[in-house]
Design a protein. Structure first.
Length: 435
């Protein structure tokens, strides 16, 4: 008999015989009635066992099977308004496919409070909780929305090496690995490769990329292994063209989630609103002025701290803006590949801020070979280390720019998750390498 998911059965199937399978979520006894709640990916199914009507063997299995064991049940659908989804199953056969050991290290019903650390230590059981797996169903929609949107705009998806020989974002955040006789590193972003692609004629590319960052931070905002949506596009005038792509992409993702995730969003105490558009583009200098007026002084030339970003977020939200760009950061604090502004103190760079946190970072890039070599040297780096990257700039490189959007940051901010670790299946942080 064909197996059905809980959400494929409807009360109108009253009287039909079905097969279901899943995990024993909970068991209740009420007089002569025994209830098993069976959980599958679609939700909960009430299996009702009136002692008089079911066989002794079936009743005994249901009475004794340990919680979280995997069962397959054949039975009759009965309309029942008080049950989840308005139906229950009266079983005629129960197969125990896999017995769960007791006691459980974590209770997937969520009745017992647990710390995030215990949850992450027992992530497989944690992911059985509908509220937790919902995050990853939404993440899936987020990535497929991004893919669909970018493809519709002429971007093609690429994969670049995760093992690299040189740093792309500056020297300090790399994980060294042993690569035969050579020194190598885990990629901290696809930056250099996505730029090299601009010299191939494939002039709009994106990658759903893994970043490895050996940052020492132990905060609710940072991970050592993250996923980002990275884009690069050619024939731009300046960074404004790149910001247009970011804005459209973010809106497309939010719209898709609003349209397709209402069921997954039920457990979150949050309404996902479409942000007001067009996203304002305020310069770094304007941001500093706003902060100064609010009593927070940021010395010119310094990056915005977490505190100043948060304050700016509050000031912008007062004006109705949950998303906005901060543009024209000082050139000194940006990576070597960033295009200088006409005013050489600044750069053609931007961040997209969401609720007072950086979610996207991008810029127009330098496409002139000599200027690029000069900037590499000015950052105290050796052009020799960037030899193959620089080659791509020698034989015709169009003007270009791009950005990286942190998937976990976006998911965390969108769903109001208290810790970025909740937005990854198996997070990697300073202390966590397992599971
Ligand atoms: P950047 O280093 O700003 O830019 O990274 C891009 C986006 O990735 C996310 N992010 C992180 N999220 C969690 N933990 C971390 N440790 C972490 N580091 C980064 C943020 C951030 O905005 N090459 C450039 C992008 C470009 O210009 O194309 C880059 O890597 O959301």
């Amino acid at each position: 008999m064909e197996r059905k998911y809980s959400d494929e059965i409807i009360p109108d199937m009253d009287g039909r015989k079905v097969k279901i399978a899943g995990w024993v979520h909970d068991r209740r006894k009420l007089g002569g009635l025994l209830f098993l709640l069976v959980r599958d990916r679609g939700g909960l199914i009430q299996v009702t066992l009136p002692k008089k009507y079911v066989s002794e063997d079936v009743f005994e299995k249901a009475r004794t099977v340990s919680k979280e064991s995997v069962v397959a049940i054949v039975g009759e659908v009965k309309k029942e308004e008080r049950a989840p989804r308005g139906y229950e199953i009266i079983p005629e056969k129960i197969d125990i496919l896999s017995k769960a050991a007791a006691p459980l290290p974590l209770d997937p019903t969520g009745k017992v409070g647990v710390t995030l650390d215990t949850r992450l230590d027992n992530r497989v059981l944690d992911l059985r909780r509908p509220n937790v797996s919902a995050i990853f169903k939404i993440r899936d929609v987020m990535l497929s929305a991004a893919r669909n949107h970018l493809r519709s705009k002429g971007f093609i998806e690429i994969q670049t090496p995760r093992i690299i020989s040189t740093s792309s974002e500056g020297g300090t955040e790399l994980f060294p690995i042993s690569y035969f006789e050579k020194e190598a590193f885990l990629a901290q972003s696809p930056q250099l490769y996505k730029q090299m692609m601009m010299a191939t004629g494939l002039d709009r590319v994106f990658e759903i990329a893994t970043y490895f960052r050996a940052e020492e931070h132990d905060t609710i905002w940072h991970l050592n292994e993250i996923t980002a949506i990275d884009c690069e596009l050619s024939f731009i005038e300046d960074e404004n063209d790149v910001m247009d792509v970011v804005e459209e992409l973010v809106l497309a993702i939010i719209r898709d989630i609003r349209e397709n995730c209402s069921e997954h969003l039920e457990g979150f105490n949050i309404e996902i609103k479409e942000p007001k558009t067009p996203f304002p583009r305020i310069t770094y200098e304007e941001a500093l002025e706003m902060l100064d007026e609010a009593g927070l002084k940021v010395p010119f030339g310094e990056d915005l701290s977490t505190e100043s970003e948060k304050k700016l977020g509050e000031l912008m939200l007062e004006k109705g803006w949950s998303m906005y760009f901060v543009t024209k950061f000082p050139l000194r604090i940006k990576p070597f590949y960033t295009m200088p502004d006409r005013d050489p103190r600044f750069s053609n760079s931007f961040d997209l801020e969401f609720k007072g946190r950086e979610m996207v970072s991008g810029s127009q890039r330098i496409h002139d070979y000599d200027l690029l070599v000069k900037m590499i040297k000015e950052k105290g780096l050796n052009p020799q280390g960037f030899k193959t990257y620089l080659e791509a700039f020698k034989y015709g490189m169009p003007p270009h720019g791009g950005f990286g959007l942190g998937v976990e940051r976006f998911l965390m901010l969108l769903l109001g998750l208290p810790n970025i670790r909740e937005a990854v299946l198996f997070p990697r942080d300073r202390k966590r390498l397992e599971p």
